[in-house]
Design a binder for this molecule. Structure first.
Ligand SMILES: [Zn+2]
Length: 424
């Protein structure tokens, strides 16, 4: 048995002052310790697969018997499976462990007019992808979503579906799991989570698209060693997910990071939130379409994809509109850089497919007034809209993982990278 009061060994790279709130103290229990070790082992398998038990023991510092126990549990829960047998010198042939490819999540990425539904496996690969049209009626829209998901479920009879992750253009109150701020979606109050859970019989996790996207980067990209990251989604609006001092930031009622609604010009265009001149009214894809319309008032209506294509084909007006959007994205990033000093800013959304156009313009504008030296690195997420889908899937794969650990408030306030100093 472990001593419940045994100190946790905090990761040496963890920075910042630790404040212990005595109104919310709960000592780390053996259950907490076991769960953290389980998640560390799962992350080590994810990052190093295929891998042997002995190697896991070496990398984690946990005893072989503890590793065996945790691995058995992960195999039982279908997260991990035994694969190839390794050939080592002196005749030892350990069985290697890898993530179970048959464990999948259904990922739903909701936009105001449509949703993409995908099946994503534990390795972050997309196995299927469907698009469903949405309206301003949440009940009818959810029905369309669940009908599509039921069709997908039928094709996955040989896979184990762990749950449904929903990425939303808004903020979700983590206590009530209700959408509390989604001006672009404009749905009246509606219990989306329960409606989908009842229809599908699977657990549902919901999260802001930018936060989910950031979770996906942490899960699948392995940005180990980087503790200050902001992920910015650019689509109909602008959303941000914040990883600061090695922790996801949610703020009061999950509202942290609404930089898209910082007013840059109080007499600017009307924003979906009801105010004028928010950053997203200048830097979103909607704004770029408005710039194009201003330059070409008589042209036929186009969508953002068409505008990207026009620019690539040499249309000067489309190129000019995108240039203006990129400059405004960069200008808004200055607020984020000043507020949070991230070392890495990741941009997600359709604009990443034209990064040769956006990247340099954003960097120039954002880095112009960098305080105290080097501006942050600004990179696109790898896969455009796929980043949001993988984000939705990560909500399910991290259930009991990084997210839950972040919510565990024990006296030690350990971080996701904390390692326990004892075996269980
Ligand atoms: Zn606004």
């Amino acid at each position: 048995m472990i001593d419940k009061g045994a100190p946790l060994q905090l990761h040496p790279r963890t920075r910042g002052m630790r404040y212990i709130d005595l109104t919310d103290v709960q000592l780390a229990s053996s259950e907490t310790a076991r769960r953290i070790n389980r998640d560390i082992v799962l992350e080590l398998i994810r990052a190093n697969q295929p891998i042997s038990r002995a190697e896991l023991s070496r990398l984690s510092g946990l005893q072989r018997s503890t590793i065996s126990q945790i691995v058995e549990q992960l195999i039982h829960e279908k997260w991990v499976c035994e694969g190839a047998v390794a050939s080592l010198p002196r005749g030892r042939r350990p069985t290697l462990l890898e993530l179970n490819e048959d464990l999948v999540a259904i990922a739903v990425d909701i936009h105001p007019k449509e949703a993409t539904i995908a099946t994503v496996d534990l390795k972050g690969r997309l196995l299927s992808r469907s698009v469903v049209s949405l309206t301003s009626d949440p009940e009818a829209s959810t029905r369309a979503l669940t009908e599509c998901m039921l069709r997908i479920q039928q094709t996955l009879s040989r896979k184990s579906i762990e749950g449904i992750g929903v990425s939303l253009p808004g903020r979700v109150d983590q206590e009530t799991q209700r959408l509390i701020f989604a001006p672009n979606l404009n749905w009246p109050d509606f219990d989306l989570k329960k409606t989908i859970e009842d229809a599908m019989g699977l657990p549902v996790e919901m999260e802001n698209a930018a936060t989910a996207g950031l979770l996906a980067e942490l899960t699948f990209r392995h940005v180990d060693g980087v503790h200050d990251i902001v992920l910015v989604t650019v689509s109909e609006g602008i959303g941000t997910g914040v990883f600061a001092n090695g922790q996801m930031l949610s703020g009061h009622r999950g509202m942290a990071g609404e930089f898209g609604h910082v007013q840059l010009d109080t007499s600017g265009p009307l924003c979906s939130c009801g105010r004028r001149g928010c950053w997203e009214t200048f830097g979103s894809c909607r704004a770029a379409l408005r710039y194009y319309e201003e330059l070409q008032p008589n042209a036929a209506k186009i969508n953002f994809h068409m505008m990207l294509n026009l620019a690539e084909e040499g249309d000067p007006y489309a190129a000019q509109a995108l240039e203006k959007q990129a400059a405004y994205i960069g200008r808004g990033l200055r607020i984020i850089i000043t507020a949070l000093a991230p070392s890495l800013i990741l941009i997600a959304g359709d604009i990443t497919s034209a990064w040769h156009r956006f990247g340099p313009a954003i960097e120039k504008e954002a880095g112009e007034f960098a305080l105290g030296g080097a501006p942050p690195q600004i990179l696109p997420t790898h896969e455009g809209e796929i980043a949001r889908l993988r984000g939705a899937a990560a909500l399910i794969f991290q259930r009991g993982g990084v997210r839950e650990q972040l919510q565990v408030s024990d006296a030690m306030q350990h971080t996701p990278k904390a390692k326990l100093s004892f075996d269980i």
